[in-house]
Each structure stands twice: as C-alpha cells, then as structure tokens.
Design a protein. Structure first.
Ligand code: KG4
Ligand code: ZN
Length: 357
C-alpha cells in the first residue's frame, strides 16, 4: 500500500477521495476534494424495492448492491474527470448489514490494489458527522469547531458523541433500546403511514390544517410520554412506540385527522427529548459547537428546534447529505488520509463497528 503522502499535491493537504458506501440500502459512490467540495456523487436507492416489505430485507439489499455497485462507481469517477484525480479510496466497513458492506469493501480493495491507491476504512457514523464538513464551493460556510458535540440520529443509532479533534470520538450518551429513526419507522408502520417512516410521519404532521378545524383532534387530547432518563445523557424510544401501539389498539376515532394528530405528538415527543438532552450535554461539556447528523437530521421540526435551542454555532447537513450517501464518507476519508490513518488490504467488514467507547 503506498504511503499516504500528500506532498505530490504541493504539500498543502489537498487531496481528492473516492468513497463507496453500501452499509444499508443505498449504493453510493462520491468524489470529494479536500474533505469539503463534492466533485461527484452518484446514489442508487433501493427504497422502492424494500417498501414492498415494509423494511429492509438484508439478502435483497446485498444482491442489489452487487448489481449496481460497478456502474455507480464508474459514473462517479467519470463525472469527476477519471482516475488521475483520485488520491485515495475510502471504504465504509461498518456498522451496517454484513452482506451489504462486503460488496462495497470488496470493490474498494480491488480498486486500491489495481490503482495502487491508499485504502481508508471509514465508520459509517463518522461519515454522518462529516456531512457537516461538506459545503458548496460557490457558497462556503463556517466549518464546525472543536470541541464539538454531535447528535447522530439514524435508522440504527442514536448517539451523542464528543469530538475534541478529527478522529477523536467519545461516546456521551446513546439509546438504550430503539434508535430514533427506528422509532419513526415502527410508529409509521403502526399508523399505516408507509416506509420510510421518518418522512411519512413528518408529512402527516405537516398535513394537519392550520388553524385546526373546529372538530379537529385537539393538541392536548393525545399525549405521549417523554423518556428523560434523568441523570444520564442516554435516550429511550421503545416506551414511546409501545404507547403508540396502545393508542392504536384501543378504541379511537378512525380518521386521517386522528392519525395525523398522533404522528404530530409522536414527533414532538422525539424532538423534545433529543433537543433537551443535546442542549444539556452541550452545556455540561462546554463545547464550542453542536452538529446534527444521520437520516433523522432531515427532520424539519428537529432541525428548527435544535437551531433555536442551541446558543452555540449550530451545524446541520444539507438535506441530501443527511440520509446515507458516499460524499460524507469521502469527507471523513480525507481526514483519515491527512493523519496517515490508512487501512491494509485485510480490511474487514464490522457490522457492529463502534465509533467510540
Ligand atoms: O442514516 P440513514 O439514512 O440510514 C441509517 O444509517 O440508518 O437514516 C435512515 C433513517 C430512517 O429511519 C428514516 O425514517 C429516517 O432516517 N429519516 C427521517 C427523515 N428522513 C429520514 N426521520 C425523521 N424525519 C425525516 N424527515
Ligand atoms: Zn446512515
């Protein structure tokens, strides 16, 4: 494996990374310059396929990755002007579905070997955090400052992570049961709102008339719990989901308005807890900035409420960078390369890979 020297580009730290992301149901490849500027990003989503089953079927996901990975990578490289501009290959090797990760990791290894390029092993969750570094070249904005508190909320994870520097992660709190995105997905299924649940719940809540009609189910009529778990920075969302199940199973008004009112109250409960816990942790840790990350970061009420509540510089990725994509992993890869954190060709998939202890 070649040494990760950046001197061939003038020693300025300039480097262009190709990243491949296949941890779940998105096949994505992207080329990003200097950990910040997207040169190309190609994503093939399997959403329509898994919607039929109401959730991701791992076997189907890995086969779809196998079918689409080569054209996706080819297109991302071609759009970026070909291989001469690529300095390293970043491969997401966990956490995620083993069969899906294998497809991405294997193509990255083959390309690193064939092209004699450094291979970088990326944690999917650090990718989500680094979505906050990706900016528009024409419209650059402030980068997050350390120490940084990141709230990662995705389909599989809900974590508060302290970053004192690039690559330095400390787990501050995490969910004790369901992830925030999982709670959205399960609740949407209970309410018959479809898949993926996050956008479906947000849309149902948004469809509520403003101001409510005189016969509408009132704000205070449906009340769901908030799990504060005092004295910890941990989360819990399974009780909330069970409370929705209880509501759905007991006699209730069969109307779209009722469903929308439950969706809105569910969303309020999740947002209040995530915001309250993040603000408390940020204050306690004395961080300089706060960042939101993961698929649930696309949730509009969450973005707005956190922005309002945090009195520090607050960062959240542009919408397309919240859900899984390779651009965020390429941004993370740039900082791996910069500090010489290069993987060997024995890089393995780690479905339960942790960001921090
Ligand atoms: O990060 P991600 O794309 O995949 C994982 O790493 O899991 O996150 C997917 C999750 C799903 O649970 C989805 O329902 C949720 O993100 N999500 C949302 C929204 N958009 C996606 N949750 C709430 N509101 C949204 N607008
Ligand atoms: Zn993700």
């Amino acid at each position: 494996m070649p040494s990760p020297s950046l001197s061939h580009r003038g020693g300025t730290g300039t480097a262009t990374i190709l990243a491949v992301e296949t941890s779940c149901d998105e096949t994505s490849a992207a080329v990003v310059r200097d950990g910040r500027y997207v040169v190309s990003n190609v994503t093939s989503t399997q959403e329509a396929i898994h919607r039929r089953y109401g959730g991701i079927v791992p076997e189907v996901a890995s086969r779809e990755h196998l079918l689409t990975i080569a054209p996706v990578v080819e297109e991302a490289v071609e759009q970026a002007g070909g291989w001469p501009g690529v300095d390293a290959i970043a491969s997401v090797h966990g956490p995620g579905l083993a069969g899906s990760l294998l497809v991405g990791v294997n193509i990255c290894k083959a390309l690193a070997l064939a092209r004699d390029l450094p291979l970088l092993g990326i944690n999917h969750l650090e990718g989500h955090i680094y979505a906050n570094w990706v900016h528009d070249e024409a419209n650059p904005s402030e980068l997050p400052e350390f120490p940084l508190l990141a709230l990662i909320v995705s389909g599989g994870h809900s974590e508060l992570v302290l970053m004192r520097d690039h690559g330095d992660y400390q787990l501050i709190g995490q969910t004790r049961d369901d992830a925030a995105g999982e709670a959205f997905d399960k609740t949407a299924r209970l309410l018959g709102l479809g898949y993926p649940g996050g956008p479906a719940i947000q849309e149902a809540a948004e469809r509520r008339p403003h101001p409510p009609s005189p016969t509408a189910v009132g704000e205070g009529q449906i009340r769901l719990p908030r799990a504060w778990l005092p004295g910890t920075h941990d989360f819990s969302f399974s009780g909330l989901k069970t409370a929705v199940l209880r509501l759905v199973s007991s006699p209730h008004e069969e109307s779209q308005e009722w469903t929308a009112a439950v969706a809105a109250e569910f969303q309020r409960s999740v947002v209040e807890v995530l915001v309250g816990k993040t603000v408390a942790a940020a204050g306690e840790l004395g961080v300089r900035s706060v960042a939101l990350a993961g698929g649930v970061a696309a949730n509009k009420p969450l973005r707005e409420a956190l922005q309002r509540a945090v009195s520090l510089p607050f960062h959240c990725p542009r919408l397309w960078l919240c859900t899984d994509n390779a651009a965020m992993s390429a941004a993370a890869g740039y900082f791996h390369l910069l500090r010489g954190d290069v993987a060997g060709l024995d890089l393995d998939v780690v479905p339960g890979l942790r960001l921090a202890a």
